[in-house]
Design a protein around this ligand. Structure first.
Ligand SMILES: [Zn+2]
Length: 323
């Protein structure tokens, strides 16, 4: 089954949010840190399922979101999100990325949403005709407010959806997961519960060989959860538990390739580029596995030489990069 990455712009994130979860930030320190940003890509994925039709995993952002002001005006989101949080160049909008593959938005027959954060559901308004699958816990929390203020699902981003399909993970156990959901009845697309990043974050296992994690892991390096961790206030135990289950799945399926929504590392960049034609070549797969061997030991501990660090911009500005 072919799986195509869709590049839907990029987002500017604090390095500490991405990698600093073990550094003891308080929420206040984290929110006040405006000097250590990095840009990371935003990816959605299109699965060409033989009977369920073209299926999207996440939708990325929309031009209205990237323009920021009108879309978020009058809501708390206008203040929570930096004006330049998103960058959506021409050619990278959802309709343009689908057109590159010969599809129009109305051709999409189902959408799987890994979670309700804005950079994953911004283009959902294009798919009001389609059933939208998501973890039952995420659906149940759709009206929740994070920290009592910030809507988990910003209402304009989800308003077009009429056919919600909350996923119950009542299917077979796999890897470290005590349940799964066989979304299209043929075992090829399994939803797995990976909560923590959000209440019902869900990962998608395709053909038992490709795991799409959304933000349950930001990059392949986040597999080493005892050394590299996203900033995860309040939900840390469940976040760590989900990554341990992914580690277990990887031990059970040694050929598994893990692709996330925002993997900016050499690993993510090369494999996502390699998947452009819908399948990874043997050479890319071999390269990926050799990268993993050089990066992790057998218990998924990270080689210290690959611990991420923030590299400031040459001009002294706030946006550096991670090395
Ligand atoms: Zn995200």
């Amino acid at each position: 089954m072919k799986i195509h990455p869709l590049r839907i712009g990029r987002t500017k994130v604090p390095f500490g949010q991405f990698y600093g979860g073990l550094q003891g930030f308080s929420l206040g320190e984290f929110a006040a840190d405006k000097d250590h940003f990095i840009w990371v890509p935003i990816h959605a994925y299109l699965i060409e399922h033989p009977t369920a039709g073209p299926v999207l995993v996440d939708t990325g952002i929309s031009p209205d979101q990237a323009a920021h002001v009108d879309y978020y005006r009058g809501s708390i989101m206008e203040h929570v999100m930096d004006v330049d949080e998103y960058d959506l160049p021409s050619g990278q909008t959802m309709p343009e990325q689908l057109a590159r593959l010969g599809y129009r938005p109305q051709d999409i027959r189902a959408v799987i949403v890994t979670h309700f954060h804005e950079d994953h559901i911004g283009a959902l308004n294009l798919f009001g005709h389609a059933p939208v699958y998501l973890g039952a816990a995420e659906y149940a929390a759709r009206d929740a407010k994070v920290l009592g203020l910030i809507p988990l699902a910003y209402p304009p981003s989800v308003a077009a959806v009429t056919d919600w399909r909350p996923i119950e993970f009542s299917g077979a156990a796999i890897g470290g997961f005590t349940g799964s959901a066989d979304l299209f009845g043929d075992g090829s697309v399994l939803a797995l519960p990976t909560p923590g990043h959000s209440p019902g974050s869900t990962s998608v296992l395709v053909d038992h060989r490709l795991l799409l994690t959304g933000d349950a892991m930001y990059t392949i390096h986040h597999l080493a959860v005892d050394q590299v961790r996203a900033f995860q206030p309040g939900e840390q135990a469940r976040y760590v538990d989900s990554i341990r289950r992914i580690q277990w799945l990887r031990r059970e399926f040694p050929e598994l390739v893990i692709l996330t929504a925002h993997d900016h590392t050499e690993y993510g960049a090369r494999l996502i580029a390699g998947l452009a034609g819908g399948e990874l070549s043997d050479a890319d797969l071999a390269w990926g596995k050799s990268y993993e061997r050089a990066t992790f030991d057998e218990l998924a501990n990270l080689n210290p030489a690959r611990l991420p660090r923030f590299v400031p911009a040459a001009d002294g500005g706030p946006v550096g990069h991670a090395a």
